[in-house]
Design a protein around this ligand. Structure first.
Ligand SMILES: [Zn+2]
Ligand SMILES: [Zn+2]
Length: 404
């Protein structure tokens, strides 16, 4: 019987449907018949032939009949003999595997020797996991007694079920699982711009099964975890520690992106942590192009206990205090309102380092009378306190960023 139906009515007939059945019904009928007659599932000798008929009828109905019929007729004249269906020439089923790629490989492409963990049916036991013996033999577990010694005493042997002999033994080749794992390597040329879930079809590269020609190997791309970037949809997200002063002063910074580096601009600010994003440096998108690289800045504040740093900061602070109305207007306004003056200093260099109240009260600008050792100690304490304050500021900024 030729595969191609002569008319639409005949095609509907092959699918077991009345003429003019709706597309949904056609699909359902096709799926049912295809499952039934698929040579992978149905060992009957006519299965391949019937499967082809069903497939041809389905294509015929879907395409509205005439066009395909004419086209097909010109390709394969009716007079020619039908190719005899040989089950061994039917390609085996597709094999699906995951192709784990690094982010860089997915973006720029690679030639990848990929190890497949194929699962094969054990040939020794034909996938049963057990071998039926021609004749029964002594049970090795209980040496034929049918009983084995346990902590509670003698118990029935579970291997031979107390019979003392067995006629079925587990397959040694597959340890009774019925499956064997083979690992083979397949060389894959991965094109650039692989998004997660994009598939590569390697025709005829599946593990051959049951003596049939090899089916296609389908590799679905997924990303391996990366040491620096985190994946969020099509974007890459990167944590990047920066000096807290970079947030205050602003700065152009080099940042690592897949395949090189890019430039990031931090605008000068009051120390707020900005959310920065560089377009086109993220992951390949299914819809085309690439996502963004998002940079999460982590401001770090230095330990300012070093004397040299203290001096530099003191200079900066003096500069700021001198133009308080411009630099810190809120502080200036508060002091004017509640202290009646811009100057809030008490005694230099330190206010509350000591319990000695008399020396604190000496605010008349007289020279220091503290002994040298004590002065050094109080300075150190002040340094520590300042560093603690800076750390608190940094962690405050951190928590603020987390909230946003
Ligand atoms: Zn086996
Ligand atoms: Zn036994």
């Amino acid at each position: 019987m030729p595969h191609r139906p002569a008319s639409l009515n005949q095609a509907f007939d092959v699918l077991g449907l009345p003429p003019g059945a709706l597309p949904d019904e056609v699909k359902r009928a096709y799926r049912k018949l295809a499952m039934h007659w698929h040579p992978d599932r149905n060992p009957a000798p006519e299965a391949t032939e019937r499967f082809r008929q069903v497939r041809a009828a389905y294509d015929f109905v879907l395409s509205g009949g005439e066009a395909v019929a004419d086209d097909a007729a010109s390709q394969e004249p009716a007079a020619q003999p039908e190719p005899s269906p040989e089950p061994s020439s039917t390609p085996g089923p597709d094999q699906h595997e995951t192709l784990w790629l690094t982010i860089e490989e997915a973006i720029f492409g690679t030639s990848h020797a990929f190890e497949l963990g194929d699962v094969l049916v054990c040939q020794t036991c034909d996938g049963d996991g057990k071998i039926e013996l021609g004749r029964s033999c002594l049970c090795e577990a209980c040496h034929g007694s049918g009983r084995i010694r346990t902590r509670k005493g003698l118990d029935k042997c579970g291997i031979c079920n107390g019979r003392g002999f067995v006629s079925v033994v587990p397959c040694e080749d597959c340890n009774g699982t019925g499956e064997l794992k083979s690992s083979r390597k397949v060389r894959v040329t991965v094109p650039p711009l692989m998004w997660a879930g994009r598939r590569l079809r390697l025709s005829g590269q599946a593990e051959p099964k049951e003596g049939r020609a090899a089916g296609d190997l389908l590799l679905e791309a997924q990303f391996k975890p990366h040491g620096l970037y985190r994946i969020e949809d099509d974007d890459l997200v990167m944590q990047m520690p920066v000096s807290g002063f970079d947030l205050l002063f602003g700065r152009r910074l080099r940042v690592p992106v897949p395949g090189g580096d890019a430039q990031l601009i931090i605008e000068p600010s009051t120390g707020e942590v900005p959310i920065l994003s560089i377009d086109g440096h993220g992951l390949p998108r299914r819809s085309g192009g690439r996502g963004a690289m998002r940079v999460v800045l982590e401001p770090m504040w230095p330990d300012l206990s070093q004397t040299a740093d203290q001096a530099a900061l003191a200079t900066l602070r003096a500069h700021l205090e001198a133009r308080l109305d411009d630099t810190l207007p809120a502080v200036a306004q508060w002091r004017r309102q509640w202290l009646g003056s811009l100057d809030a200093s008490v005694a230099e260099p330190d206010v509350a380092a000591d319990t000695d109240n008399d020396s604190d009260l000496n605010a008349a600008g007289e020279p220091e009378r503290e002994p040298k050792a004590r002065k050094a100690k109080s300075k150190k304490t002040a340094g520590k306190r300042k560093a603690t304050a800076e750390k608190a500021k940094a962690s405050d900024a951190k928590s603020r960023r987390k909230k946003s």
